[in-house]
Design a protein around this ligand. Structure first.
Ligand SMILES: O=C(O)CCC(=O)C(=O)O
Ligand SMILES: [Fe+2]
Length: 323
């Protein structure tokens, strides 16, 4: 299985957009991941956000913790820092050697955000460009799925950027040099997981390590390709389409000793529907009880931050509609 590189300049005209929409949906049905070139997010914005992340993560942990991501038992956590070893996407026993800062433009609590000052302008600009790209991708997906309302998915994500109505975040990730003697034999960079958003857009800097699961439970590398972004489907679009679009499992490993000595940096934009947006089956052959995604998302956070391990996060069990 190869992750294809699609040309997003096809979006610009309505004729070629239809072709692109079919390519996007076909790839998300089969692979679940795709690279995009000519994606329209300015390289300068990506470089500035990355440069700011270098400066931000270089600060003492105690300084970064002044603006920690809040505990998440009862509400969406919003912006903030998460230190090494706290968030665990795979299994509670497996330490993930990464630190992160999540950013929602409207969520910068007064008096706390000072340690993140360097990030605010570059991440605001990049957030806005990613939101625009996400809206165009949602448009393509709706066209490719042949939905009656081609703006259906965009309409469900109207509140991106407003923490009171939507949990979409732009996340900078910093993976320090990886030393299993220090972190333990089972530690990894980022455990196997699916994203629990609707769609993710990922910018990788020069050090690789991301791997994507293929049909036979085999993982293949998804290396950084200059000038491209990587796009993948999260659980919520998989639910929405009753499994037609795939939320593909992925992970980040420090695969070789040379890579282990290097810092890996990446930036992910995780698009989520508005809190009050009802998700219902988009496939007439299946039915599930329509509901917003809030409780599902909170269950995933509870699992990742408080290690309440469970197999079933309580959402969307499509049943075949009898003919
Ligand atoms: O660093 C990466 O490339 C992957 C990040 C990721 O998969 C995530 O944060 O969900
Ligand atoms: Fe992910």
């Amino acid at each position: 299985m190869e992750i294809p590189i699609l040309d997003f300049s096809l979006y610009e005209s309505p004729e070629s957009r239809t072709l692109l929409a079919d390519q996007v949906v076909h790839t998300l049905e089969t692979v679940g991941f795709l690279y995009l070139k000519n994606h329209g997010v300015p390289a300068e914005q990506i470089d500035k956000a990355d440069g700011a992340a270098v400066k931000y993560f270089d600060q003492e942990t105690s300084v970064k913790k002044q603006f920690s991501r809040p505990s998440v038992m009862t509400e969406n956590p919003g912006s903030g820092y998460c230190e090494i070893g706290i968030e665990r996407l795979y299994q509670s026993g497996v330490k993930e050697v990464k630190e992160t800062f999540d950013f929602i433009p409207s969520d910068l609590p007064e008096g706390k955000a000072e340690s993140a000052t360097v990030l605010i302008e570059p991440l605001t600009n990049l957030f806005n460009s990613c939101a625009e790209l996400a809206r165009k991708l949602f448009h393509c997906i709706a066209l490719g799925l042949k939905l009656a309302n081609e703006r259906y998915l965009e309409d469900k994500h109207k509140g991106m950027g407003n923490r009171n109505v939507n949990s979409t975040t732009l996340r900078v990730l910093h993976y320090p040099p990886f030393d299993s003697a220090q972190y333990g034999e089972t530690a990894t960079r980022l455990g196997e997981h699916t994203d629990w958003c609707s769609m993710a857009i990922l910018f990788q800097r020069d050090v690789g390590g991301l791997e994507v699961e293929t049909a036979g439970n085999k993982f293949v590398p998804a290396p950084p390709i200059p000038g491209t972004v990587l796009v993948n489907i999260g659980d919520i679009l998989q639910f929405w389409t009753c499994g037609r679009l795939r939320a593909t499992t992925h992970r980040v490993r420090a695969v070789d000793s040379e890579q282990n000595t290097k810092v890996r940096r990446s930036i992910g934009f995780f698009a989520n529907p508005d809190f009050d947006a009802v998700v219902e089956s988009l496939d007439p052959r299946y039915y599930f009880h329509p509901e917003p995604t809030g409780e599902y998302t909170l269950n995933r956070f509870r699992n990742a931050y408080h290690y309440q391990e469970r197999q079933d996060f309580g959402f969307m069990k499509p049943q075949r509609v009898s003919e």
